[in-house]
Structures are given as C-alpha cells and as structure tokens.
Design a protein around this ligand. Structure first.
Ligand SMILES: Nc1ncnc2c1ncn2[C@@H]1O[C@H](COP(=O)(O)OP(=O)(O)O)[C@@H](O)[C@H]1O
Ligand SMILES: [Mg+2]
Length: 216
C-alpha cells in the first residue's frame, strides 16, 4: 500500500507523521519503505539519526527530490515492500503530483495554528486535478498539532472548515501538539520508543495508523 503524506503548505507535520507512521508500521513487522521527496531531506535525516543510534528496526529510506525520478523509482520498487510512505515538500511540486498519481491514500495533515482555509482549498485543487486522471485515490484530512483542550475553538473552527471541502474525507482522529511527537521524530524514534512514554501520543498515532493502513 502506498500512502502519501502531503500538503502544499509547510509546517503542518507531514514529515513528523511520515516518520512516525513508517516506524510504527516497521515495528509491527511490515516491510516499510520511506520515500523522502523533499530536497530539505528532513525525513531522511531523522532516519539517519535512527541508524546512527543503532535503533531497530532499521528503516529503509530513499531521497528523491526530483519528482520524475521519484515517480519512476516508486513504480519500479513498490512491490518489494508492504508499505510505501511518501513524504513530500510543502509546495505544489512534481514530487507531490507524482505521489498523488501513485498513492492509494493521500493523508493531508493540517494545523489549527495559523489555519488557512485557502491553503487547504489549494491542496484540494491539486488533489482534484490528479484525482480526475485516475481511479481510487482516497484523500484523508487529519488535524495535527491540535490544541490539547478538547473544547478548543481553534480546533473546531479548522475542522469545520475542512469538512466543507468535498475533496477530503475528514478523519476525526486529531493528533495533539505534544512534545513527544516533535522530540521523538527529531531523534529518529517512534513515540512508542521514547522514554518516558507519552501514552496519549502513542494512542493518537496508533488509531491514525490503524485507520489509514487497515481500512483503506
Ligand atoms: N503533533 C505534533 N506535536 C508537536 N509538534 C509537532 C507535531 N507535528 C509536527 N510538529 C512540529 O512542527 C514542526 C513542523 O513539522 P514537520 O513535520 O517538519 O512539518 P512539514 O513536514 O509539514 O513541513 C516541527 O518542528 C515538528 O516537530
Ligand atoms: Mg517536511
């Protein structure tokens, strides 16, 4: 299964979620390939830190900042893996479009902080354009860096605006802004591998992974 984590906006948590999902799936025994399509190479850097720390399981990771090469290589190598997770940069790039043309599922994180409906509509326009040329693309929007308060107006406003965009299937499985996500990802670790553990972060990631990979 190929999962693209994409948004034309930066800073929403694409790389964080791609790295966390890749580690979670590898820990569950899946053959995982993490593909970094962003020339900033943040996902690859996290996996390199993981390798240098000697953490198991090791994660197979490739960097293809060139969208044309990414498309070709994913097409050629995808069948060697159970799960292919694509992380792309926060702009409308060839890598994003290639990812959308190849993926079974596109996961679009958005953040309530500085929430920008125009940016989500812009992403929806790109998804619609690629989606019109192919069958079976499932596109999920998920709130990331959510405010911890369950009654957060910002969370609710952002979620409500996104639910009005028909392109997206809104997943009501928010990931709260938690230090566990940022610190573990930066160290190339899964939230479940870090100590002290943050059970809430682990639970949020687990239910997202279950939804994205098991029910597509
Ligand atoms: N759920 C979260 N909780 C806390 N920090 C987060 C969360 N998701 C992302 N971040 C932080 O937000 C910043 C942007 O995340 P990143 O994954 O690099 O975004 P993108 O790849 O979309 O540009 C990083 O500093 C990251 O650690
Ligand atoms: Mg990124």
């Amino acid at each position: 299964m190929i999962v693209l984590v994409g948004n034309t906006k930066g800073g929403v948590g694409k790389t964080t979620l791609a790295v966390q999902m890749a580690i979670a799936r590898a820990r569950a025994g899946r053959r995982v390939w993490l593909v970094d399509g962003d020339s900033q190479a943040t996902a690859q850097a996290a996996i390199q830190i993981r390798a240098e720390a000697g953490l198991e399981p090791e994660i197979v990771c490739s960097l293809y900042p060139d969208g044309k090469i990414l498309r070709q290589q994913v097409r050629l190598q995808k069948d060697n893996y159970d799960d292919v997770i694509l992380d792309v940069g926060g702009r409308d790039t060839l890598a994003l479009r290639a990812g959308l043309s190849l993926a079974d599922v596109a996961l679009v994180p958005f953040a309530p902080e500085s929430f920008d409906l125009w940016a989500m509509q812009n992403m929806a326009d790109v998804v619609d354009e690629i989606g019109a040329e192919r069958d079976g693309l499932v596109t999920y929007a998920v709130l990331n860096k959510a405010e911890a308060r369950s009654a957060s107006v910002d969370n609710a406003d952002a979620a409500e605006a996104v639910q009005e965009i028909p392109t997206f299937t809104y997943l009501d499985l928010p990931l709260v802004k938690r230090k566990a996500f940022s610190s573990s990802s930066g160290a190339g670790m899964g939230v479940a591998e870090q100590s002290p553990v943050d059970p809430k972060a682990i639970a949020e990631l687990d239910r997202l992974v279950a939804r994205v990979f098991e029910e597509a």
